[in-house]
Design a binder for this molecule. Structure first.
Ligand SMILES: Nc1ncnc2c1ncn2[C@@H]1O[C@H](COP(=O)(O)OP(=O)(O)OP(=O)(O)O)[C@@H](O)[C@H]1O
Length: 349
């Protein structure tokens, strides 16, 4: 399953604008004095830590937005600002139309209970509650009756592949199953925005891949707006519509996996991208040549990944026509172009 290549035309659900989060005795005083013009030298001189520095991006309706970076780069800080767990020192954050800075305590509770779902790395299950009661917990907090919340929780268990496990205790489940409980619980309130903070990091590689597939399957069904934090670039590429790469509290590049891999903005981004096969991210549209309407071969889609159509194109001597989403022929792709991508080279256009 491949995430949708473009979400550019969709409305923004989260608007994160020039957000800074400073830690240290003088953080507030420095922010008041210098505002957005605060310099690295001043931060250094005063021993102030900038966990987030001038971070700007938006998360669009229905997209999987991945925040990726090494440990300490500021991913959790930004996620915690977006979920209202901490307040930015400077800048503004709008979530589902509400400005978090001016929102009242009650509004914040409302947003967090009804508009946001959260999944954490350590599952955060309640050990003294059964699987069913863990999943039903967010509705218990809302005062919903036991019958209703259990019925909804059973629906969620079916959705995430946990049917029949309701009476088990969390410790009786495998790591992957425990995270399915976390996922089901986070979806109980039918949130608009789904935050996942390194949800699969504690799982072994095979289960991790299985959970990534499961996550994409669910997203195909549910079409949530998602913020997904990971330090694993392979995971980011598999899941993301767009990725924001963080370094030292700053966002150094935002783009689709294809954009990051074909046009990395800094050596830091290049370092992450260099081992990812281009064929897994480059789409036919990027490397296709001019249209030729005289070809009688079955076409390939412009949005297909080159890796997925490589074998077919390589089996023809002639170029293969490329069509857009309306079935119109808009280009051709031939064996040399496919081979260049497979060999991780810049394809000649
Ligand atoms: N409460 C705090 N007080 C002081 N410094 C903090 C605080 N919280 C975070 N930091 C610092 O801010 C920087 C960014 O931390 P953050 O937890 O956001 O990084 P991260 O990318 O999520 O890392 P990880 O992947 O290890 O969770 C780090 O240098 C961290 O030490």
């Amino acid at each position: 399953m491949t995430p949708h290549p473009s979400t550019t035309d969709r409305e923004a659900l989260i608007e994160c604008c020039s957000v800074w989060k400073l830690y240290g005795d003088r953080a507030e005083a420095l922010a008041a004095r210098y505002g957005q013009n605060i310099s690295t030298e001043i931060l250094k001189e005063t021993g102030t830590i900038s966990a987030a520095r001038d971070v700007t991006f938006d998360v669009r309706k229905g997209e999987i937005f991945v925040i990726m970076g090494l440990s300490g780069s500021g991913k959790s800080t930004i996620l915690r600002c977006m979920t209202g767990l901490i307040e930015p020192t400077l800048g503004s954050l709008k979530v589902a139309g509400t400005d978090l800075k001016t929102a009242s305590y009650e509004e914040m509770i409302e947003i967090r209970r009804h508009k946001m779902g959260m999944v954490f790395q350590d599952f955060a299950l309640l050990p003294h509650l059964t699987v069913l009661d863990n999943i039903a917990f967010p509705l218990r907090v809302q005062g919903i009756s036991k019958t209703l919340r259990h019925s909804k929780a059973r629906e969620m268990m079916d959705l995430v592949g946990l049917s029949g496990r309701g009476n088990h205790w969390p410790h009786e489940l495998s790591g992957g199953q425990q995270q399915r409980v976390g996922i089901a619980r986070s979806l109980m309130t039918e949130p608009e925005i789904w935050f996942l903070d390194e949800p699969f990091s504690a799982l072994d590689p095979i289960i991790r891949t299985e959970m990534q597939n499961e996550f994409l399957r669910l997203q195909n069904l549910l079409q949530k707006s998602i913020v997904f934090v990971t330090h694993d670039f392979d995971e980011a590429v598999r899941l993301a519509d767009r990725i924001a790469i963080m370094e030292g509290g700053c966002v150094v590049q935002i783009g689709t996996p294809e954009e990051l891999i074909t046009r990395p903005a800094t050596p830091y981004v290049t370092e992450f991208t260099k081992n990812i096969p281009r064929s897994k991210v480059v789409r036919v549209r990027t490397v296709m040549g001019p249209a030729n309407k005289g070809l009688l071969i079955e076409p390939v889609s412009a949005d297909a990944l080159v890796g997925d159509i490589a074998q077919r194109v390589l089996s023809y001597r002639d170029p293969v026509p490329v069509t857009d989403e309306d079935g119109q022929i808009i280009g051709t792709i031939d064996a040399p172009k496919v081979a260049a991508v497979l060999m991780n080279k810049e394809a000649e256009t």
